[in-house]
Design a protein around this ligand. Structure first.
Ligand code: UGY
Ligand code: MN
Length: 247
């Protein structure tokens, strides 16, 4: 169905909103029985890539040159690094360090949020090991003391990691206590609920299924609206000196 040329999707110099009505599926080399909706990439201005992988049973992601983080949105996938495999279901995730040979195969129709980023080594710091875990196992922290806004950090906050992926859960009516402006960029996937996102000088209604890219220094604020909590998965580059260019 068309909507007379209307969409909530926008692309601006330092932010973008990508809504499901505008998603186009594509193939990334190495993928089989799977398609990718590429939300963020260097073509947009991002220093990372984020896509939603939609996989048939038996579908595979293929190899990745860089670090890969995947979060199961729906279905079940088998992730192997060497012999044996981990079965990941909704809410589970994996971190695969750069240059880690691995295989990701869907055991049923599945959707994954996938983030890929070149690793910025730090002299004297050992690169991280693979991680398999689940959001449900991560303790939540109130953001700036707000019990209605809970952050779960899915990766350890140590300098070995050059990015963070968190979930943020807002009770209805909760919001960020300030407009943030920071050097880090974000890739954000709305998982549940909705609200209003301020990006630069615009305010956008957003809902589950939407993706947002925020470039460095993009003024940003979110307020949850509705009768159920709003929740998103959010990437940021992290723990590196700002003089080290990522693009
Ligand atoms: O971690 C963050 O920068 C986060 N508070 N930003 C956001 O939710 N837009
Ligand atoms: Mn932020």
């Amino acid at each position: 169905m068309h909507h007379l040329g209307l969409t909530r999707s926008v692309r601006r110099a330092n932010h973008a909103l990508h809504t499901p009505d505008a998603f186009i599926r594509t193939q990334i080399p190495g993928m089989s029985k799977a398609a990718a909706v590429v939300h963020a990439s260097p073509a947009l201005g991002a220093a990372f890539t984020q896509y939603t992988a939609e996989m048939e049973a038996g579908g595979r992601l293929g190899a990745c040159l860089h670090q890969r983080f995947l979060f199961v949105l729906e279905g079940a996938v088998e992730v192997s690094v060497g012999p044996g495999y981990e079965l990941l279901v909704k809410g589970d995730y994996a971190y695969l360090p750069e240059a880690t040979a691995h295989d990701v195969m869907a055991s049923e129709p599945s959707r994954l949020a996938v983030i890929e980023k070149a690793y910025q080594k730090l002299r004297g710091v050992t690169a991280p090991e693979p991680i398999f875990s689940s959001e449900a196992k991560i303790g939540g922290q109130p953001l700036m003391g707000d019990l209605d806004l809970i952050v779960r950090s899915l990766l350890p906050d140590t300098v070995a990691f050059d990015f963070a992926v968190n979930t943020m859960t807002y009770q209805p009516g909760a919001g960020l206590s300030m407009v943030e402006v920071h050097v880090m960029e974000h890739g954000l996937l709305m998982l549940e609920g909705g609200g209003i996102y301020r990006l630069d000088e615009q305010w956008y209604p957003v809902t589950a299924g939407d993706f947002i890219w925020m470039g460095p220094y993009c003024p940003q604020w979110f307020g949850a609206i509705g009768k159920t909590p709003a929740k998103y998965l959010i990437y940021k580059d992290w723990n590196r000196h700002p003089l080290v260019q990522t693009k």
